[in-house]
Design a protein around this ligand. Structure first.
Ligand code: ADE
Length: 230
């Protein structure tokens, strides 16, 4: 069983539409769609936006559906000049950019008293996902690297610069590290896949409005193809 989380309805509806034998379970104000996607058993769910919603959702997938892998699909802001709107980022690991206990000597992003700053993704799945995206979305570039997450829509060059310098991530979004953190606690493999909708700077809100649909379309094409080739 594979768990697939998108924060927003647009990010999962293109998957739910093509699922078969769907049954629905409601929990924590979320609707879990269990069924088959290209013969593969999956649970697809919209978590809602932000790290708390994403964490609750990931834990339910593990407890109630015994998922073996969690994939987080959606959109993100680019933090790297090589990565354009429409391109795809696949996680090697994830970090909470808004966790700050530096006053106690912890590095920025470190959850105090946890044994890791970066939550590693399933590296085999990441490599496979890159190959799949290069095959099915050849018009865009695919990058493997770090994802930074926080409960903030990043839309200023100052904030973008701090996150870039602190962690060296490829993109920023609002759920991935929470899912990665829950996966880490439960020893569950995970992957984050994000299509770029904006550049997380002063033009981010305008770009987001214009490019969100295109970014969602790229990630839906990718997700369908990944599951088809599972
Ligand atoms: N998701 C898409 N773009 C984003 C941004 N700039 N900051 C946070 N989350 C995002």
């Amino acid at each position: 069983m594979i768990g697939i989380i998108g924060a927003m309805a647009e990010e999962v509806q293109g998957l739910i539409q093509v699922m078969e034998n769907v049954s629905v379970m409601e929990k924590a104000s979320m609707t879990f769609h269990k069924g088959q996607l290209y013969k593969q058993e999956v649970v697809v769910v919209r978590s809602g936006i932000g790290k708390v919603n994403a964490a609750v959702c990931a834990q339910i997938l593990i407890d109630e559906f015994a998922v073996e892998t969690i994939i987080n699909t959606g959109i993100a802001g680019s933090l790297d000049e090589r990565i354009d709107i429409g391109d795809m980022v696949i996680s090697t690991d994830a970090v909470h950019h808004d966790m700050d206990a530096t006053i106690f000597g912890d590095p920025l992003g470190q959850v105090p008293r946890m044994d890791t700053l970066y939550f590693p993704a399933d590296q085999g799945l990441a490599a496979k996902a890159k190959g799949v995206n290069e095959a099915v979305n050849p018009q865009i570039k695919t990058f493997l690297g770090r994802v930074a997450s926080g409960d903030q829509f990043v839309s200023s060059k100052e904030k973008k610069a701090v996150i870039k310098e602190s962690f060296g991530p490829l993109c920023v979004e609002m759920e991935g590290a929470a899912i990665a953190h829950v996966a880490y606690l439960n020893h569950c493999p995970y992957l984050i896949v994000r299509s770029i909708s904006d550049k997380a700077d002063d033009s981010a809100t305008e770009d987001y409005e214009v490019f969100e649909k295109k970014a969602v379309a790229n990630s839906t094409t990718f997700m369908r193809s990944l599951i088809e080739r599972w």
